[in-house]
Structures are given as C-alpha cells and as structure tokens.
Design a protein around this ligand. Structure first.
Ligand code: NAD
Ligand code: MG
Length: 397
C-alpha cells in the first residue's frame, strides 16, 4: 500500500454505497484519492462523479455509453479515460496503483471484479455480500493465497469485526467467542398482517423504516432474505458454525450486531444507521476518521427492543439456513433464485408473498453439488436462474 494518500477504486460508484463512499472520500482529500469509478448504465451520475473526483478511469457496461461519457468528459476538460465491459471492471480493481477496492456492485455481477481485487492482493472493502454467498470457500481461499485483506462494509459484519478480538482472522479457536448475534430491523412489514403481504407493491417494500438503500437490498430486507444472505456472509467471514450465528430482530437499528463470549460478556457496536460509519471505519482502518455521521443520542432513542424472528412471516430466512446447511452450490442457487424473483417483483410481475416459494422451488429442483471451482458456481447460477425464471413465469399471469 502507498504510505501517504490511499487510492481507491469504487465498483458500483453510482449506487447507495458508492455515493456514501465518495462522501467519505471527499471529507478526507489528504487521506484518500480515487483511481477508478464504475457504474452499470447511469451515465449522467457517473459524469458528475468523474468531474468531482477526477479518477484516472471510469467504467460503464456498454461501449456506446462509454463513448458518450468520454466525449462529455473531454468537452469538460476532464482527463478521465472511459472503458467498457466486464474485463475493464476486473482491470480497474486489480491495477498496481490501487490500494483499496470498494466492492459495491449489487448481485452476482460483482463477483468477478471482487475476485480480481482479491487475486491482486488489495484491501477489499466488501459491501457486495452476494459474492461471498455464491462462492465463499473459493473467495476466502483466493484472498488468503494472495495475502489480500477483507474489511466488511455490511453494517452487521463491520460491527462484529469491531467487537471480535484482534487477530481473529487467524481463527476463533480459543478466543472465548461462542456466538454472533446478528441484528435485523425486521424491515417495513414486521407488524403487517400476513394476509396483506400479497398486495405489497415495490414502493412499499423499498420504503425501509431505518436505512436508505438500493432497491434490490431493500426488497431483501423486507423479506429478510438480506439477513439470510448475511448469515451466510458471517459464516465465511468469521468461520463460526451456522448454529452459532443467531438472528435477533432489533427494530431501532442502533445496535448493528453483537459478539457473545464464554465469560458472559456481550460486546455490541452502536451508532445511528448510516453506512458512512462502516465505510469510514474500513477505509481508515486501523485509524478512526470523521464520517459525517450524526452522533448517537441515547436519550433521544430512549429504548432498545429485541424480538425473535417469526419464520412464518420470513420464510426466506429459513431458506438461507437451509442452503448453508446443504452447502456446495446451494447458497449460489439461493442467491440466483432470489435475484430472479426480486427482479420480477420490482418490475411489477411476481407477488411479494411468492418470492420465497420461487426460491424454495429452485432449491428443491437442484441436485446438491460441491462448489469446487468458479465454473461450477457460475453453471449453478445459470441453471438456477433458468429454473427460477420458469417458476416465475408460471406464477405471473
Ligand atoms: P444500488 O442498486 O444502489 O447500486 C448498485 C451499483 O452497482 C450501481 O452503481 C450500479 O450501477 C452497479 N451495477 C448494478 N448492476 C451492475 C452490473 N450488472 N454490472 C456492473 N455494475 C452494476 O445498490 P446498493 O444499495 O449500493 O448495494 C450495493 C451492494 O452493497 C449490494 O450487494 C448490497 O447488498 C450491499 N449493501 C448495501 C447496503 C446499503 O445500505 N445500501 C448495506 C449493506 C450492504
Ligand atoms: Mg446489513
């Protein structure tokens, strides 16, 4: 790593996490600079970000969008070079100049560039939980082999990271850690009568009570698949068995997760729900820097509540534990089926209360298989999308 200013590539710069990352960068021009910014199709937003941060490279999915952005940047006198396509994402994530990579592309599309950063030995700031869910074993092996480091951005995992003993990456055996308590807000439908879930619209599902996030993760929070994906993410990050990872509903989203120790101590990390806290923590680690987050006022919060999750209301959570237990490609299948079901729901197709059924049906149709290469994982992802797509078509008139 460079000794002075650290250069970061932000994969998924135009998304919710990307924007919060650039906010933290802008607060500390002496500490952080931008090497590359990437987006899928949002040309206008990426233009604005390039003009503000002057990265060496910008990446878009399609060549025509890249050409359009290039000419607008040239006209504005900005020297950023614009590239297109998946290979360019991997290139800007692994270039020698880069110190840190913020992996904030949503879904399976983020796996390849995150792996490229791992293989190049970068500090990876991981928001893209789907990458670990799909190929946790392979991802962790690549990280270790290349001497890359991984800092969790997901608020729960970042909280756990902060509450674990130093050096936990070398194993928790003998550390006295006996449980991880993963907190969940319960989303917008925690108290909604079950019979009303059939009529839930994308706007209702995306109106999260505590967090402002991208649309896919907002739906995942409403079904609690997000917490299911996070259980699998925690399994790979911290190496505890699934039975030692417990989900606790905590509607205020002030405690971001906890670690329970053999002596009865439970260590928690608290803060206002603002992703700039975990982002600033991971970017500056092991230092602490201002993140622009409002200080926590416990008198204003006044109380903290806890509930056991209701698996009848949140069947997706049970499906994630099932996939983790089945192992092999099952978590990749779960993730792919979820992406297909959620995309259809967001387009006004699949009913909200049928998302879990599509995922369960896809898992049922799958023959268990070991995930011993990336090719096997991608093939399982492809087949699961096909099966889930068929199930969705059967349910959408
Ligand atoms: P978002 O939808 O707001 O942004 C996604 C970003 O990825 C955008 O920049 C988009 O252009 C890019 N992108 C989308 N599809 C792509 C593709 N096929 N190829 C290349 N780029 C693509 O999502 P978000 O809420 O910022 O979430 C990003 C990731 O972070 C997700 O994996 C999510 O689970 C995780 N995460 C988000 C939050 C949050 O508060 N938003 C919290 C924890 C974890
Ligand atoms: Mg989270």
């Amino acid at each position: 790593m460079n000794q002075g200013r650290k250069l970061v590539t932000v994969l998924g710069a135009t998304g919710s996490i990307g924007v919060s990352t650039l906010d933290v960068v802008a607060r500390h021009p002496d500490l952080f600079g931008v090497f590359a910014l990437t987006a899928h199709r949002q040309v206008d937003k990426l233009l604005e970000q390039c003009l503000a941060h002057r990265p060496a490279y910008a990446v878009l999915d399609r060549t025509e969008d890249a050409a359009a952005l290039q000419s607008r940047l040239d006209a504005a006198g900005c020297c950023t070079e614009v590239l297109a396509g998946a290979a360019a994402l991997a290139d800007v994530a692994s270039a020698p100049e880069v110190d840190m990579v913020m992996a904030a592309i949503v879904g399976a599309a983020g796996l390849v560039p995150a792996l490229a950063a791992a293989r190049a030995g970068k500090r990876i700031l991981l928001a893209n939980k789907e990458a670990l869910v799909m190929s946790g074993a392979l991802f962790m092996q690549e990280l270790a082999a290349a001497g890359a480091s991984l800092l969790p951005i997901d608020s729960e995992h970042n909280a756990i990271f902060q509450a674990l003993p130093a050096g936990f990456e070398r194993g928790l055996h003998g550390s006295g850690v006996n449980r991880i308590l993963l907190t969940a807000s319960g989303g917008p439908f925690r108290c909604k009568p079950l019979e009303e879930l059939a009529a839930v619209t994308p706007e209702m599902a995306c109106a999260h009570p505590n967090w402002v996030m991208g649309r896919k993760i907002s739906v995942d929070s409403a079904t609690m698949m997000n917490k299911g994906l996070e259980v699998i993410e925690a399994y790979w990050l911290f190496g505890l068995p699934a039975a030692s990872i417990e989900v606790v509903i905590h509607p205020q989203s002030v405690i971001h997760s906890m670690v329970s120790y053999a002596d009865g101590s439970v260590l928690a990390q608290l803060g206002n729900p603002d992703m700039r806290t975990p982002i600033a923590h991971a970017m500056a680690y092991p230092q602490r820097v201002d993140a622009g987050v409002r200080p926590l006022d416990l008198f204003e919060i006044a109380r903290l509540d806890f509930e056991r999750p209701d698996l009848l209301r949140f069947p997706c959570l049970a499906l994630a534990y099932r996939a983790l237990e089945e192992g092999g490609v099952a978590p990749a299948v779960l993730n792919a089926a979820n992406e297909v079901a959620v995309a259809s729901f967001l387009e006004g197709g699949l009913r909200f209360d049928r998302i879990a059924g599509v995922i369960a049906g896809t898992l049922d149709a799958f023959v268990p298989r070991r995930a011993d290469s990336l090719e096997v994982v991608f093939e399982a992802d492809r087949q699961a999308r096909e099966i889930a797509g068929g199930l969705v078509r059967g349910l959408v008139r």
